[in-house]
Design a protein around this ligand. Structure first.
Ligand SMILES: Nc1ncnc2c1ncn2[C@@H]1O[C@H](COP(=O)(O)OP(=O)(O)OP(=O)(O)O)[C@@H](O)[C@H]1O
Ligand SMILES: [Mg+2]
Length: 253
């Protein structure tokens, strides 16, 4: 393939210029990082699984009318997406207390929340992606009031979709993070779900055993991360049911 121009290399993905204007190729790496990149490792097979799982979730969202950046998967590690201006926020939706919320508010991990709670963090690695309020977002102009209404509605729709998909395969959606991008169609602008949706950006617990099937396996040294992601992919039918715990996945096309 002709050499493409690299646009950005992040912790988990590389972005290349796409074949058409307004498109980007997202390459999923095997690199895993946690605690603002203080903990790092290469987890063989992770990128392949996240590419497939993000395709699966984004395609499902499109089917229920939630706009996303996903266009098509190109190969095992790459997908073509619509390029957008990323709103500099991590949008977090929580159904059960865990992680930083449990620490901050002293709520036991796994406690069901009275309703889904949406939080915003300002995307800035140097600052450790700090929690911000809608006041900060409005005052600093990161998003307008109309954007915030749209972001909240997208986040809750993604939550309902992902919770249902997971419930059907015996997995509890504890929380997740999405990124939202702005695209322009002529004079109109609208917001779409961008970046990735994968076990790197969700907390997923087995409903029966409570076993963690997400990046906490890496953060907290709970076992093999690829095995956990393979289990999620297998249950969702993204991998054949009899796929062995893999490092080099054999995937259904
Ligand atoms: N459709 C898109 N158009 C433009 N940028 C995108 C799109 N989808 C995702 N991105 C951006 O591409 C990058 C993906 O790389 P990666 O997830 O590895 O980044 P990261 O290390 O998490 O860093 P950060 O998100 O802080 O930039 C992110 O910066 C993300 O915001
Ligand atoms: Mg990222």
């Amino acid at each position: 393939m002709a050499r493409r121009k690299k646009i950005y290399e992040g912790k988990a993905k590389i972005l290349y210029e796409g074949p058409e204007p307004g498109t980007i190729v997202q390459y999923f790496k095997d690199d895993a990082t946690a605690f603002n990149a203080q903990k790092k490792d290469v987890i063989e097979g992770k990128g392949v699984l996240n590419n497939r799982l993000s395709e699966f979730f984004m395609t499902g969202l499109a089917q229920i009318g939630v706009p996303t950046h996903f266009i098509k998967r190109i190969n095992m590690r790459e997908q073509l997406v619509r390029s957008c201006e990323i709103i500099p926020l991590e949008v977090i939706v929580r159904n059960y207390a865990a992680g930083s919320m449990s620490k901050r508010l002293g709520i036991d991990e796994g406690t069901q929340l009275p309703r889904p709670i949406v939080e915003y963090c300002y995307k800035d690695d140097a600052l450790g992606d700090p929690l911000v309020t809608e006041e900060h977002i409005a005052a600093f102009g990161w998003a307008s009031q109309q954007d915030m209404d749209d972001i909240l509605s997208l986040a809750l729709r993604v939550n309902d979709f992902l919770s249902g998909v997971m419930l059907a395969v015996g997995i509890k959606l504890v929380d997740f993070k999405i990124e939202i991008g702005r695209v322009y169609d002529g004079d109109f602008q609208r917001l779409i779900v961008a970046d990735e949706i994968s076990p790197d950006s969700c907390r997923l617990w087995d409903m029966e055993t409570g076993q963690k099937l997400d990046k906490d396996v890496f953060r907290r040294d709970l076992g093999n991360l690829t095995d956990a992601y393979t289990e999620v992919a297998r249950r969702l039918g993204v991998l054949p049911k009899n796929a062995s715990p893999i490092t080099k996945p054999t995937l259904i096309n």
